[in-house]
Write a protein of this length. Structure first.
Length: 80
């Protein structure tokens, strides 16, 4: 299991833009800028598939191949 942290490091004075830090198990893995408009945009099928793939990979951190296979067979529920 992985712990994924998403934190706003800074936000513009108007509140429409922010710099986001992403950590995985306490280690910074990404830093990017985003906006409220981007966050509220609809998600297409490819983005949903990519998000699911990445969450499954994060969930698999520290697990054996057999454990991952079992998890995939029974399914995962990720609450955000």
């Amino acid at each position: 299991m992985a712990t994924i942290g998403i934190t706003a490091l800074s936000q513009c004075a108007g509140g429409g833009h922010a710099t986001i830090r992403v950590t995985v198990n306490g280690v910074e893995r990404a830093l990017f800028d985003t906006s409220v408009d981007e966050v509220l945009a609809s998600i297409d099928e490819q983005e949903v598939a990519l998000a699911a793939r990445l969450l499954i990979r994060a969930h698999a951190i520290g697990k054996t191949k057999a454990q991952v296979a079992t998890n995939l067979a029974v399914g995962l529920t990720i609450v955000a």
